[in-house]
Design a protein around this ligand. Structure first.
Ligand code: NDP
Ligand code: MG
Length: 382
C-alpha cells in the first residue's frame, strides 16, 4: 500500500489522480488533500477518500466544515500546503497546484524527505536549482507528471550511462497552430480555451494556446534532465500521440507514444517503477493513420524564443517570465487584455527586470512580485 498526499486535489490533475486511487484501492491510500477555493469538491473528496488531513489555502470558517467530516484535521490558509506536504506522513506527495504556489509545497515535501510527483511546472521554472538540489540531497528522483517529461523519463529508463544528446520535445501547437499572427493577437477567451487534444485546467490551456506552456516545458527539461537549450528541439506534432523523444550519440531515437490522456503519466509517477491499468483507451495506430511533425514558429509564438533567452540569461529571468505570464494569463481570462497582450506584457517585464538574482527562495519571490507589478502597471496602457 502506497500512501499519497495530493496538493491541488480539486484540479484537473488532482481529480484524475484520485480517479486512479479509486481504480486501485488496494494500492493507494490518501493521507492529505488540499484545495484553494473549491470547498464543496474538497468535502466530497474527504468523504470518499478519508484522508487524515485536508487543507484550503483560501480559508473558510470552521463552522462551514460538515459534521460528518470531523474525523479529518482541517488546516486553513497559508499553512495548508506545508502541513500536507511535510507534516502528514506519506510515501508520495503529488504537487498538482497551479502556479508559483507550487514551489513552497515542493520544497516543503523535499525538505521532509518525501518522494515528489511533480505536475506543477512553475516550481521548476522558478526554483529549478533549489528543487533539484533538494531532491539530490534526499536521493529521490523527481517523478515528472507533465506528459512530455514523463515520456522523456520513460525513454531514459535503462539508458544510463548514456546521456541523450538531444531532446525532441513535442507540442500539439494548440488551437492557433495554423493561425495568422494578427488573428492570434485578437483571439477570444473561448477560442483560447478550446484545446484540440487535451482537457486541462484553464491556466495551462491558455498557456498552450500562447505556447508559454512549451516555454515552461523547455525550462523543465533543462532542470529535470540537465539539458542545455540548444539541445532541446521543439517539435510541433498536432496529433499528440508521440509524447516526446530522446536522441542518443549513435543516432537512435527513442519515443514514448500513447493516446493523449493524463492518467497515463500520472499513473506512471504514482506507481513507478510499476505500471498499472489506467482505464484509458488503448492507442489504435490504424485509427490515427498519420503522424506529422513541423518546427515551432518563434515569430507567431515568441514564447519559444523567450524561453531560450531567459535560460541563457540565467538569474531570475525565468521567474520573471513565469510571474509576468501568470499575471497576464489571469488578466486575459478576466477579459482585461487581448490575447496578444500576454506576450507583450511578458516582454515588458523581461525588458524592465534584468539581472535579478535567484539564489534563494526570497530572491525568487521578490522577482515574481516585481514581474507581477510590471504587468499590473502596464495593463491599462496596452
Ligand atoms: P487546475 O486549475 O485544474 O487545478 C489547480 C489546483 O490548484 C486546484 O486544486 C486549485 O484549487 C489549486 N490552486 C489554485 N490556486 C492555488 C493557490 N494559490 N494555492 C494553492 N492551491 C491552488 O490546474 P491543472 O490541474 O490543470 O494543473 C495543475 C498543475 O499541473 C499546473 O502547474 C499545470 O501546469 C500542470 N500540468 C497540468 C496538466 C493538465 O493536463 N492539466 C498537464 C501537465 C502539467 P481550487 O480548484 O480549489 O481553486
Ligand atoms: Mg505538457
Amino acid at each position: 500500500m502506497t500512501t499519497i498526499s495530493i496538493l491541488g486535489s480539486t484540479g484537473s490533475i488532482g481529480t484524475q489522480a484520485l480517479s486512479l486511487v479509486k481504480l486501485h484501492p488496494d494500492r493507494f491510500q490518501v493521507t492529505a488533500l488540499t484545495a484553494h477555493s473549491n470547498k464543496d469538491l474538497l468535502f466530497e473528496q474527504v468523504r470518499a477518500f478519508r484522508p487524515q488531513m485536508a487543507g484550503l489555502t483560501q480559508p473558510i470558517p470552521e463552522s462551514e466544515i460538515p459534521e460528518d467530516l470531523r474525523f479529518c484535521r482541517f488546516v486553513m490558509g497559508h499553512d495548508a500546503l506545508r502541513v500536507a506536504a511535510a507534516e502528514i506522513p506519506a510515501d508520495e506527495v503529488l504537487v498538482s497546484v497551479v502556479g508559483i504556489a507550487g514551489l513552497e509545497g515542493v520544497m516543503a515535501a523535499l525538505n521532509a524527505g518525501r518522494q515528489v510527483l511533480l505536475a506543477n511546472k512553475e516550481a521548476l521554472v522558478t526554483g529549478g536549482h533549489l528543487v533539484t538540489d533538494a531532491a539530490r540531497r534526499i536521493g529521490k528522483p523527481l517523478l515528472p507528471v507533465d506528459s512530455e517529461h514523463s515520456a522523456i523519463f520513460q525513454c531514459l529508463q535503462g539508458a544510463a550511462p548514456n546521456k541523450p544528446r538531444r531532446i525532441l520535445l513535442t507540442a500539439s501547437g494548440g488551437p492557433f497552430r495554423t493561425w495568422k499572427r494578427e488573428d492570434i493577437e485578437n483571439a477570444t477567451r473561448e477560442q483560447a480555451l478550446k484545446h484540440p487534444n487535451w482537457s486541462m485546467g484553464a491556466k495551462i490551456t491558455v498557456d498552450s494556446a500562447s505556447m508559454f506552456n512549451k516555454a515552461l516545458e523547455i525550462m523543465e527539461v533543462r532542470w529535470l534532465f540537465g539539458m542545455q537549450p540548444r539541445d532541446i528541439q521543439v517539435v510541433v506534432h498536432p496529433q499528440s500521440i508521440v509524447h516526446s523523444a530522446v536522441e542518443f550519440d549513435d543516432g537512435a531515437v527513442l519515443a514514448q507514444l500513447g493516446v493523449p490522456d493524463m492518467r497515463v503519466p500520472i499513473q506512471y509517477a504514482m506507481a513507478y517503477p510499476e505500471r498499472l491499468t489506467t482505464g484509458c483507451e488503448p492507442l489504435d495506430l490504424f485509427k490515427v493513420g498519420t503522424l506529422t511533425f513541423e518546427p515551432g514558429d518563434p515569430v507567431r509564438f515568441p514564447a519559444l524564443r523567450l524561453a531560450v533567452e531567459c535560460l541563457e540569461a540565467g538569474g531570475a529571468a525565468c521567474t520573471v517570465l513565469n510571474g509576468a505570464n501568470e499575471a497576464a494569463n489571469a488578466a486575459f481570462l478576466r477579459g482585461e487584455i487581448p490575447f496578444g497582450g500576454i506576450t507583450r506584457l511578458v516582454e515588458a517585464a523581461l525588458d524592465r527586470l534584468t539581472g535579478l538574482p535567484a539564489d534563494t527562495l526570497a530572491d525568487i519571490y521578490a522577482a515574481d512580485r516585481m514581474a507581477r507589478e510590471v504587468v499590473a502597471e502596464r495593463i491599462g496602457r496596452l
